[in-house]
Design a protein around this ligand. Structure first.
Ligand SMILES: [Zn+2]
Length: 807
């Protein structure tokens, strides 16, 4: 964590004044980062509130407490010629696995992060012990590793060896975290000795020899060395960092060429992270361009709907997604590293903040949050996340796995607080909607964020303390109709894919309520537009297939998707869809073979109600959208011919499912002769329960007629409110039209009210199943007492003159 915008004096003050007074301030940087205009808060400044992230973090913390330090140290001691009676670890840490030793680095990072983000000194104590013991190993043989130095001889000699510098990077990164986050000065000493060893090992090689060495995966060694240079000002570390500039990968990226296909994905991502840290350390814009170009390629041309990348660990040709679905997609380390890269790019260029954080949220919720097994008290973790139809997640274990993703999983789950908020001077970026409390170092201001997002689409910020804050609230690109209220007052209509700025002097008790309505959408793959993932807002939904394996993508007609009433859950009629991050212990499909829904006709349905008997109501358009009378519906003389007579107690008319499915514009028009007018009856109400609906009531509790539409329950309604209730006792013509963001309410052919900020459309509601004349989605609302005639639905907005001609 780097935060040079805080002065050293502020840092010291923070350490003294913080609630967790025992926590050390992060050590000050000797060299401020170049080209940075946003900063992360220290992990000590943000605490998670309850929710899925805190649940994940708690399981990993339990595992960190459980892990036996001496077992982790065993092969380091053996390699250093020191005694060890511990049971060797298994998996990738076994005494014969060439990658052995990498996990202790992950554990050091995770312990440092767990300590900084919770204040629990048990994590620091455990990390301190590991550092002390690693220092003894280093002292014993001048080297520090769980495998012999001959591995590097093999590497430099062009012989086969797994990835010695990859492992070394994990160890030095862990040491750096113990120094920066847990104040362990010995860790810095061990780290600097190791960095000097790396320098001496490489300085005797030619450029060509070093480039040959770099063909073997080396992780983020360059990143850590750039970071060490920033901390120490020792130019030798900069020189060593640049030994790891891998021309074969960096040169095409500098030329903005996507030559990634065929390369091992997670080998390359840390090279881009090192590049952006190289820019911050040196100001060399070529490094920045490499990192930005790499991010653009990976996010736009190599990523799946869950935000992950790689198939069989390799980048494929650009824009191949549907053709690359397997059991070995989306290695978790890749997204761990892409999120690291993304936040560094945010610091570099906040003008693209909305784009950076849309991706960050996508990969965080849909890939990493769901990669930990919630049934495991120790937070066992996925390696790959299969995206073939019928795939199933599988997980690590305590001592016999220790894969790379088990390691980065420990890190991911101990730093969820690191990107919720960023700052620059008085500017505060609210990036993610995660229950948390920010205590702004040195400012005496606390921001508490209360939310159950994404199960609800709202979040509340509550300020304690006072002062000027230029607040920037992320408005995701996927939302429709975002609303932000300061102390209850609506503040602008922010555009999706932006940050809403609210600059003011804040006082204790001030609140900011953020509403981000979520709609049901599909994300098509670039190589097959019929292969799509289904999303609700930012959340990818997966079909739940239990023990049923699949040999092909399941078919999906989006018109059949209906909300179940449980947040973020839909059903196709036979298959349940729920958030992928909650999908565990069963086979699933994220991608579907989607059959396109034919577009609605312009004149969707027309019900003259001229039948004389039976419950069938013919659709006079000839489109076959037959309706049925239900409850105590009868017939009576209409405005022309017959009309349906609704008795006000149980009578209503049932319209077909999905009657406005996919519509972005529409008109509903009808003649009504209302008897007694009770509040909250419905002329019509098209919806799927109380979460998603559109309705017209003759009289709301405000005493006037109202049209409302929502995809997020009553709290998310967008409305058109008439100046009066609908008349009673006489035939009255009513119509609602909606196109673009404009909705208009007509009574007897004349406009009575409009709203030009309607961003929720019928297409946002999915396929509605409870489409009624005379009945509400809310069971407590009264039924309509009225005669209804000539009920019409269009998939376009009729003009005012067309409405008047329906009279
Ligand atoms: Zn991995």
């Amino acid at each position: 964590m780097r935060h040079p915008a805080l002065s050293r004096r502020t840092l010291l003050k923070t350490g003294a004044a913080g609630a967790a007074g025992a926590l050390l301030p992060a050590p000050a940087l000797a060299r401020p980062d170049t080209g940075v205009s946003a900063y992360a808060f220290p992990l000590t400044a943000v605490r998670l509130g309850s929710g899925p992230f805190a649940d994940n973090a708690g399981r990993t913390q339990t595992y960190l407490r459980f892990l036996d330090s001496d077992r982790l140290l065993h092969m380091f001691r053996v390699t250093a010629g020191l005694a060890s009676s511990a049971t060797p670890c298994g998996g990738w840490e076994s005494p014969t696995t060439e990658l052995r030793g990498h996990s202790i680095g992950h554990v050091l990072s995770a312990l440092a992060q767990a300590y900084a983000s919770t204040g629990d000194t048990a994590f620091k104590t455990k990390g301190d012990y590991l550092v002390t013991q690693l220092a003894l190993c280093q002292k014993s043989n001048g080297y520090l590793s769980a495998y012999p130095e001959s591995f590097f001889d093999r590497l430099e000699g062009g012989q086969s060896v797994w990835a010695p510098y990859y492992t070394l990077h994990k160890i030095v990164a862990g040491l750096l975290d113990m120094y920066q986050l847990a104040g362990n000065v010995q860790a810095r000493t061990v780290l600097e000795r190791k960095a000097t060893w790396v320098q001496s090992r490489n300085s005797v090689l030619t450029y060509a020899q070093r480039q040959q060495v770099l063909r073997t995966e080396f992780g983020g060694i360059g990143e850590t060395l750039f970071n060490l240079y920033q901390i120490t000002e020792n130019a030798a570390h900069l020189t060593t960092a640049q030994y790891f500039d891998h021309a074969q990968i960096l040169d095409p990226l500098a030329a903005n060429t996507d030559a990634l296909a065929g390369f091992h994905a997670n080998t390359q991502i840390p090279k881009a992270i090192a590049a952006i840290r190289g820019f911050h350390a040196t100001g060399t814009t070529r490094y920045r361009d490499i990192a930005v170009n790499f991010w653009n390629f990976v996010v736009r041309q190599h990523s799946y709907a869950i935000g992950g990348n790689s198939n069989g660990e390799y980048f494929q040709a650009p824009n191949r997604i549907a053709s690359e679905l397997s059991d070995t997609t989306c290695e978790c380390c890749n997204s761990y590293n892409m999120l690291k890269l993304t936040r560094q790019l945010f610091f570099t260029d906040p003008s693209r903040a909305a784009e950076w954080m849309d991706f960050y949220e996508k990969a965080l919720y849909n890939h990493l949050l769901g990669a930990q097994n919630p049934s495991s008290a120790h937070g066992f973790h996925c390696y790959y996340v299969p995206l073939r139809a019928g795939g199933i997640k599988s997980y690590s274990n305590d001592y016999d796995n220790f894969t790379c993703c088990h390691g980065t999983g420990m890190e991911t789950n101990t730093k969820y607080v690191d990107s919720i908020y960023f700052y620059n001077g008085d500017t505060l970026y609210v990036n993610l909607f995660i229950a948390s409390t920010l205590t702004w170092p040195g400012r005496g201001i606390t921001i508490q964020q209360t939310t159950t997002y994404p199960e609800t689409s709202t979040s509340r910020l509550t300020v304690t303390g006072s002062g000027q804050i230029d607040l920037r609230i992320r408005i995701p690109s996927w939302t429709t109709g975002a609303q932000v209220r300061v102390n209850g007052t609506l503040t602008g209509t922010p555009a999706p894919g932006s940050y809403l700025a609210i600059s003011r002097t804040w006082a204790s008790g001030d609140t900011v309520d953020i509403s981000l309505p979520m709609a049901l959408t599909q994300e098509a793959t670039p190589d097959n537009s019929a292969v799509r993932a289904v999303k609700h807002g930012p959340i990818v939904l997966a079909g739940q297939f239990g023990t049923q394996n699949l040999t092909a993508l399941p078919a999906l007609n989006p018109a059949n998707l209906t909300a179940t009433g449980v947040p973020l859950e839909y059903t196709t009629g036979s298959v349940l869809l729920r958030p992928f991050y909650k999908t565990h212990g069963q086979r699933y499909s994220v991608y579907w073979s989607v059959s396109s829904t034919p577009p609605l006709p312009a004149f969707v349905a027309h019900y003259p109600f001229d039948e004389t008997s039976g419950t069938t109501v013919t659709d006079a358009t000839g489109n076959g959208r037959t309706a049925t009378l239900a409850g105590g519906s009868t017939r009576t003389a209409g405005r022309s011919g017959n009309a349906v007579l609704l008795n006000g107690s149980n009578a209503y008319v049932n319209l077909p499912s999905g009657i406005l499915n996919g519509a972005t514009s529409f008109t509903v028009a009808a003649w009504v002769r209302i008897g007694t007018a009770a509040n909250w009856t419905r002329v019509f109400d098209l919806g799927t329960g109380t979460g998603a609906y559109l309705f017209l009531t003759p009289r709301s509790s405000a005493g006037t007629a109202r049209y409302a539409i929502t995809s997020g329950g009553a709290g998310g309604e967008q409305q058109i409110n008439a100046p009066a209730a609908l008349p009673t006792g006489a035939w009255t013509h009513v119509a609602v039209t909606h196109t673009g963001n404009l909705g208009v309410l007509y009574v007897n052919g004349a406009e009575v009210a409009r709203n030009s900020a309607l961003t929720i459309r019928p297409s946002s509601l999915g396929s509605t199943t409870q489409n009624w004349i005379g009945r509400s989605q809310y069971a407590g609302d009264p039924y309509l007492a009225a005669a209804v005639d000539d009920f019409r639905l269009y998939s376009r907005a009729l003009s005012a003159s067309e409405i008047s001609q329906l009279q």
